[in-house]
Design a binder for this molecule. Structure first.
Ligand SMILES: Cc1ncc(COP(=O)(O)O)c(C=O)c1O
Length: 397
């Protein structure tokens, strides 16, 4: 039979972070010693106190279908977390737990977008935003920012990008991939523009909230005049080293939460029972219980920035959060290095993989073709060795 795939799937790009990981795996299978700095996941184990809660949940026979929008006790823990960490007040009708923040985002797109609705994506943005928007028949609109402004969107850039079709704006702070963090004042500047366009909905992805080296995490929903139009997305994958447990959640206006609940009820139903019980324990714990991971990321950040600043041709901002650096490497465009013609960031990233045996991700995947993303969710030894290899391959050229 001939393949008869839908336009929907044919028009969807393959995740370039996963594609890079697959290529790295292939080279490893050939016996090559690849250092992986491409993936967006902490290299820590889930903390024991969370694992113990999961084991207890299994023994307590948590095995049935869960409420579509999450266990009430988990919603309580999320409500308390929002109050404790973000000074945001939500009630049960405003919280929906999903199978990862990725599903939370997909739900929001599916319930809010009509064909042709535009979604503003300040660049660089997380790789899946544009594809999720396209799946929901929306139109991703890239708003370019640059290394010179620390990859932050200015109020002027925001205003210039708004059209009568703008339905939403999506951003992450701390940002994957740039690591930038919007301050409260910067968010206020954006809010002042958005105030003039009361129908635009804001999706504030705060999944890297706790991996913040400058302190002072700010949420768009904290502004009273924005609260009714903000979907605050969060989850446990990053700060709690729980990527595989697949729990994310939103705090949102009830009408949006209700709709995502309805959507999820027809697709996946409630998230995994054991994972939900474990996340109750994770969120109820003081944040200090996970700060050892943040401290480690902070040390590695310094290491990688120092090493990158030592390589000519890399222009790097100091990331304020998450665990990525996003250097501009356009200096190398047009050059031929060890027989590889470097025309763009994809060529450069592929060159690093094939020659230096270091896996990174091209900035194209994040809407910025002049940069590459390097994850420092790796040991100091691996970071040192990777940067040594990169430097020697570029310098010997
Ligand atoms: C900015 C951002 N949002 C959301 C997610 C998805 O997280 P989850 O594992 O909860 O689906 C990621 C994961 O890489 C991310 O980087």
């Amino acid at each position: 039979m001939q393949e008869q795939l839908s336009n929907r799937i044919n028009n969807l790009a393959t995740s370039q972070t996963l594609a890079m990981a697959a290529k790295a795996r292939e080279l490893r299978a050939e016996g090559k010693d690849i250092i992986g700095l491409s993936l967006g996941e902490p290299d820590f184990n889930t903390p024991d106190f969370i694992k113990d809660a999961a084991i207890k949940a299994i023994n307590d026979n948590y095995n049935s279908y869960t409420p579509v929008d999450g266990y009430v006790e988990l919603k309580d823990a999320i409500i308390n977390k929002f109050k404790r960490d973000n000074n945001l007040t939500y009630d049960h009708s405003q919280i929906v737990v999903s199978t990862g923040a990725k599903q939370s985002l997909a739900n929001v797109a599916m319930v809010l977008l009509n064909p042709g609705d535009e979604v503003l994506l300040p660049c660089p943005y997380w790789v899946s935003y544009a594809e999720i928007v396209k799946l929901a028949e929306g139109v991703p609109v890239e708003v370019p920012t640059s290394v010179e402004t620390d990859f932050k969107m200015t109020p002027e850039q925001l205003e210039a990008a708004i059209t009568p079709k703008t339905k939403m704006i999506w951003y992450s702070s701390p940002c994957n991939p740039s690591g930038m963090v919007y301050s409260k004042q910067e968010l206020r500047g954006l809010a002042d523009v958005l105030k003039k366009y009361p129908d635009i909905i804001i999706v504030s992805d705060e999944i890297y909230e706790h991996i913040n080296f400058v302190g002072g995490h700010a949420s768009m929903a904290q502004f009273e005049d924005m609260y009714d139009r903000v979907v605050t997305v969060n989850g446990v994958s990053k700060a709690f080293a729980m990527t595989g447990w697949r729990i994310g959640y939103i705090g949102a206006p009830s009408w949006i939460a209700r709709a995502t609940n309805k959507m999820q009820g027809q697709i996946t139903s409630g998230a995994n029972c054991i994972a939900q019980r474990a996340v109750i324990t994770a969120l109820e714990a003081p944040v200090s219980k996970i700060s050892y991971m943040v401290d480690t990321f902070k040390k590695r950040r310094k290491l990688i920035i120092d090493l990158l600043n030592n390589i000519e041709g890399f222009v790097t901002t100091e990331p304020e959060g998450a665990f990525y650096v996003f250097p501009n490497i356009s200096h190398f465009f047009g050059k031929t290095i060890k027989g590889h013609k470097i025309e763009n960031a994809t060529d450069f990233s592929m060159f690093l993989l094939e020659e230096a045996l270091v896996a990174t991700v091209t900035g194209d995947a994040f809407g910025n073709p002049d940069c590459i993303r390097i994850s420092y969710a790796a040991s100091e030894d691996q970071i040192e060795e990777a940067l040594k290899r990169i430097k020697s391959f570029l310098t010997e050229a």
